[in-house]
Design a protein. Structure first.
Ligand code: NAD
Ligand code: UFG
Length: 339
């Protein structure tokens, strides 16, 4: 069985990837400092699959710990998810974001070099694309011109990894640009667990549905879209996780740097999302229109054609299952992983 190192593997996306790795016959080894997660997610992965990942609590900037992990476990491929990800917070705390996200990546690359591990998959984001691109975004769309430090860390890490691969031609680097992950595992045992007031749409919606928040504020209804609200490419986290299994196969069998969008290619508005949530769960969702949120793009959606063709991967879940599965998780865990 091949071991895959998941940095940040206790988090929302990492825990779902761990399940899909086990389903595909890989063994996940996780390092996470639990800055934005709970070790309970790792236990729950064990509950779902019958296999509990190996867990190291620690920081990816701790190169000695990484060295130890690479000695203790024979790692075939690294999936680097560890990072801070709140856009607004990154504007307030730029140094924390640059330190955490960049230094974790640098320590990881150094440690991999020492250990002779050459396969790297990076959790990048649609945020690396320039806001002036026409839609849909393809991997050739223009990048850069990011509007916040979080986005710049993703952009810079893509540059760092490309440079490392150029200097080490036997490395294989796969950059996965995620669009808007939502949903949860069908069991309702793992899901998104934001701390404090959620920034993102779906966790805010599910907290309105539990009664924790009074109503959803829809940021802007005067955008030039069909109903005036912004358009995004929401992708079920299960589809996203399965994309990583395909990306491992690809990464293990190629050298070089390759970029893939992981999205559905479908753009949905905030109001589409509200309607789908109400319909899928038979819940009335109170909402009100609020002013635009600074920095929001009118539209952001992918063409996933490259991943469809080269990885042989395609998102299969629907907006309805994204809404039903998000609610199933939140309903069973109204306080996330806290009792
Ligand atoms: P998450 O916060 O749930 O997971 C990230 C994990 O990394 C957390 O468990 C956190 O504790 C851990 N972590 C952070 N810094 C660390 C460090 N220095 N050392 C060890 N662990 C550390 O977030 P997520 O939604 O699962 O996102 C995973 C990755 O995907 C992130 O890199 C994120 O930027 C990227 N991404 C997420 C989205 C999204 O909308 N969720 C979109 C695009 C890209
Ligand atoms: N929205 C609301 N009310 C809310 C929350 C969100 O109306 O309470 C709207 C936003 O204005 C936006 C849409 O819902 O129009 C989606 O917002 P999210 O915050 O869920 O997602 P974003 O597309 O703004 O951001 C996400 C990630 C970022 C990443 C970006 C691009 O959170 O990390 O996608 O990949 F940078």
């Amino acid at each position: 069985m091949q071991n895959i190192l998941l940095t940040g593997g206790a988090g929302y996306i990492g825990s779902h990837i761990a399940v899909e790795l086990i389903n595909a016959g890989y063994f996940p080894v996780i390092i996470d400092n639990l800055a934005n997660s709970s070790e309970k997610s790792v236990e729950r992965v064990g509950k779902i699959t019958g296999v509990t990942p190996k867990f190291y609590r620690g920081d990816c900037r701790d190169e000695k710990l990484l060295d130890k992990i690479f000695v203790e476990a024979q790692i075939s491929c690294v999936i680097h998810l560890a990072g801070l990800k709140a856009v607004g917070e990154s504007v307030e705390k730029p140094l924390e974001y640059y330190d955490n996200n960049l230094n974790a990546t640098i320590a990881l690359c150094r440690s991999m070099k020492k250990a002779g591990v050459k396969n790297f998959i990076f959790s990048s984001s649609a945020t690396v694309y320039n806001s002036k691109n026409p839609m849909p975004l393809s991997e050739d769309s223009v990048t850069g011109g990011c509007t916040n430090p979080y986005g710049w860390t993703k952009y810079m890490i893509e540059q760092i990894l490309s440079g490392v691969q150029k200097a080490n031609p036997d490395w294989s680097v796969t950059l996965l640009r995620y669009f808007n992950p939502v949903g949860a595992h069908k069991s309702g045992l793992i899901g998104e667990n934001p701390r404090g007031i959620p920034n993102n749409l779906m966790p805010f919606i599910t907290q309105v549905a539990t009664g924790k928040r009074e109503k959803l504020n829809i940021f802007g209804n005067d955008y030039p879209t069909k109903d005036g609200t912004c358009i995004r490419d929401y992708i079920h986290v299960l589809d996203l996780a399965k994309g990583h299994v395909k990306a491992i196969e690809y990464t293990l069998n190629h050298n070089g740097v390759e970029v893939f969008n992981l999205g559905t290619g479908q753009g949905y508005s905030v109001l589409d999302m509200v309607e789908a949530f109400q319909k899928a769960n038979n819940i009335k969702l109170p909402y009100t229109f609020a002013p635009r949120r600074a920095g929001d793009l009118t539209e952001c959606y992918s063409t996933p054609a490259k991943a469809n063709k080269i990885l042989g991967w395609k998102a299969e879940e629907t907006l309805e299952t994204m809404c039903a599965d998000s609610w199933n998780w939140q309903r069973q865990n109204p306080n996330g992983y806290e009792e």
